[in-house]
Design a protein around this ligand. Structure first.
Ligand code: CDP
Ligand code: MG
Length: 713
């Protein structure tokens, strides 16, 4: 053949709805391929059409494995269905090869099909979870034998802001649709509109379990394609009695399996980083104590904030026996529900399911959104047990009673859109030009009260005018991938002459907690933290940490010695750069107040208040705090750095546990409140409370001061 073709076909773009766009093949200038020789010898292509290089041995090795995936056998059927329809729904059990294969099938078909070779086409595949987007794009790059790109930015919704018809894309694949994340649901509605206006665009909706009819009905009766199910049977065990402590029960079950059951890896579902790390430590210790009677174990954690290199460990094989002929080794993966459907780990034979996951809940009445450990749904439990039967018959241990499974678990997980604060979503939709939110085609429309709350918040922030139209300020705020409060704080920070500092604080608030407190060195860790402490507030403490990190040249050992997480700070630095670029785009000045000025910290605190005036608590004479307007009793989180109990505080987060805490708090003054946010602190619609009486006095004082200064003039 040996034809030389000039063309621009962008390879493969994995788009994470939430955060990440990982571009495959940077070697070719950001994904575009030029002038490729496709040589064929005896029917066997030797050269990779995507980069013009010979295929590696690994490519052929993986190819053999790919050929065994259920999806592989339906390639022709899938491509025909895609050709004949604009929208296609594909349902297949986890591990059948949807995520890794379908984008490649589509890409080949699009490439062959596209008449105008100079035109650039993209195939986008969205993942609700960043971890999955990264892991899957790495895998697909490997399978295609190309170099993975390093760019990680944006998300499909954000792209739609500048490219409303998503014209860069020829095919969009919405993966993990059953997860029904906020972003997926918004994309559903948006893509429905785009499809009407772009007959050439195709949409593939993929899912593990799906209320297929509901999806078909929603997507204009799109055809449904099914990929055959799981490979092996899974035996399910329940506990006789409810477990009091699921963590302890899970650890006990792991140890029992390791002692008594035949070889096979274990997957345990827990709810979050802390719990997972704790379990990893305890299991490793217990197994070590058992000595040579049992085989060696490799215990690997998996959660979203784990660095990518650590995440790869879940794919490593189980350890070999310590002595020849000795007991077999076992891999034990302790994961959040990332491993439920997004990532498939082969070789799992035993699953332990305590029946809980961290889930978002939102109470629009008191405007509180929080992550709560709550019972999973039956659909989730079913998915979890399915993970045990990938390579051979497996066992699933549910740490709850059969009765509880039947009577207490809901059939499906509630879509996230029904349990979220929608301020950010509404701002995004407004920016996308969707004005009539009430009639927007949501698959499950959110409660009117939640939408009203979101509109109200955006109106108070000045992002929407009284008619609900996006203001100039709102336009800019919508460009920041942040909560509207934080966006507002950033946009106005130049006016308070402290945008450099507010940028750093925003970045620090956007990454996981940077303070490390190892069990064996708690005192030293607390002392280290106290050295960064700022008596007026935790936000300022975070700023101190960031400054110290930069002054010490971002040094990793400095971080270690000072009990701060290097990874978190590095990522804060990244976020900061990203935000600074957006500031520059809108000509928002980067400035600082002189550090020696009395106003240095005051300006920063005022700018924060300008964004967070709806997250204020007042200290009552009884000695506890009440949130302003909602009048909820809250306590300062024990992690705070304050040396006093300020009369007014702004807080970043409301933590619902057995007690209600506000976390990351900073002292602000009543005088600033009445200056900066009089529209929100309008006493005419303010519930009777102590804060109101204090505010009344402050308003009077303000009037008096104004009059005096007038008289003096
Ligand atoms: O999307 P679906 O659950 O249908 O399957 P998939 O994620 O495409 O996985 C297909 C196969 O690729 C499984 O056997 C996975 O174990 C394997 N895989 C892998 O080895 N490494 C990855 N990073 C992702 C998938
Ligand atoms: Mg998948």
């Amino acid at each position: 053949m040996g034809t030389e073709r000039k063309r621009k076909v962008s390879l493969f773009d994995v788009v994470d709805e939430a955060t990440a766009t990982a571009k495959v093949n940077k070697a070719n200038g950001g994904g575009a391929v030029h002038g490729i020789n496709t040589t064929t010898t005896g029917g066997m292509p030797l050269v990779n059409r995507w980069n013009g290089r010979p295929y590696s041995q690994r490519y052929y090795d993986i190819l053999e494995k790919r050929k065994t995936l259920p999806v592989w056998h339906q390639k022709e059927e899938f491509l025909k269905a895609l050709k004949d329809n604009q929208t296609l729904i594909l349902v297949g059990e986890t591990g059948s090869g949807k995520t890794t294969q379908i984008p490649q099938f589509v890409l080949e078909a699009v490439d062959v099909e596209s008449a105008d070779r100079r035109k650039k086409f993209m195939v986008g595949c969205t993942q609700p979870r960043r971890v999955a987007a990264m892991s899957v794009s790495r895998r697909v790059a490997e399978e295609m034998d190309v170099t993975i790109g390093e760019e990680v930015d944006g998300m499909l919704l954000r792209e739609a802001m500048t490219d409303p018809l998503l014209e860069r894309y020829k095919v969009i694949i919405l993966d993990e649709a059953h997860e029904r994340t906020l972003a997926t649901d918004v994309l559903f509605g948006l893509l429905k509109e785009v499809l009407k206006n772009r007959p050439d665009l195709k949409l593939v909706v993929m899912s593990a379990t799906l209320e297929a009819e509901k999806f078909q009905g929603y997507f204009f009766g799109a055809p449904l394609m099914k990929v055959p199910g799981r490979l092996h049977p899974v035996e399910i065990f329940y506990t006789q009695e409810p477990e009091r402590d699921y963590l302890e029960a899970a650890i006990r079950t792991v140890v029992q399996i390791h002692m008594c059951e035949p070889p096979g890896d274990i997957l345990v579902f827990l709810t979050g980083e802390e719990e997972i790390e704790d379990a990893c430590r305890k299991i490793t210790k217990e197994v070590a104590n058992m000595g040579d009677q049992v085989g060696p174990v490799k215990v690997v954690p998996l959660y979203s904030t784990l660095p990518p290199a650590m995440q790869q460990k879940i794919f490593e094989p189980a350890p070999s026996p310590t002595t020849e002929g000795g007991p077999a080794g076992r891999k034990i993966v302790i994961s959040t529900n990332i491993a439920e459907t997004s990532l498939t780990i082969d070789g799992i034979v035993y699953v332990i399911d305590p029946g809980f996951a961290k889930q978002k809940v939102y109470n629009p009445r008191v405007r509180v959104e929080s992550l709560l450990v709550s019972p999973i749904s039956k659909a989730s439990a079913h998915q979890r047990s399915g993970r045990a039967g990938r390579t051979q018959p497996g066992k699933c241990f549910r740490l709850y009673t059969e009765r509880s499974f039947n009577n207490d678990l809901q059939p499906q997980t509630y879509p996230e859109i029904l349990r979220s604060n929608l301020a950010n979503t509404v701002l995004t939709l407004k920016k996308l030009g969707i004005d009539d939110l009430v009639h927007f085609d949501f698959m499950d429309p959110p409660a009117p009260e939640t939408l009203m709350r979101a509109l109200e918040v955006l109106n108070y922030l000045g992002a929407l005018d009284d008619e609900g139209n996006l203001t100039k300020l709102g336009e800019i705020m919508s460009e920041f991938p942040l909560d509207p409060q934080m966006g507002k704080m950033l946009v106005v920070s130049s006016e308070f002459n402290c945008s450099n500092e507010i940028l750093s604080i925003s970045a620090m608030l956007s990454v996981p907690n940077c303070f490390v407190r190892p069990r064996e060195a708690q005192k030293a860790a607390d002392e280290a933290k106290a050295r960064f402490g700022h008596i007026d507030g935790d936000h300022l403490t975070l700023l101190n940490v960031y400054h110290a990190y930069k002054q010490n040249n971002e040094d990793q050992s400095w971080c270690y010695e000072n009990f701060v997480n290097h990874r978190a700070l590095k990522s804060a630095d990244n976020v900061r750069q990203q935000l600074a670029r957006i500031m520059a785009r809108f000509n928002l000045k980067l400035c600082s107040t002189d550090f020696n000025s009395r106003d240095y910290y005051i300006n920063i605190r005022k700018a924060m208040l300008a964004g967070y005036f709806m997250q204020v608590a007042h200290l009552e004479r009884t000695g506890h705090y009440l949130t302003v307007k909602d009048n909820q009793v809250v306590h300062l989180h024990p992690s705070n750095c304050l040396d006093h109990k300020p009369e007014w505080v702004i807080y970043n987060e409301y933590v619902l546990t057995s007690r209600n805490f506000i976390r990351t708090v900073t002292d602000v003054r009543g005088e600033w409140i009445v200056d900066i946010a009089p529209h929100y602190y309008d006493l005419e619609n303010f519930p009777q409370c102590e804060a109101k009486r204090v505010l009344e006095k402050l308003y009077k004082k303000r009037e008096k001061d104004k009059e005096e200064s007038r008289n003096r003039r």
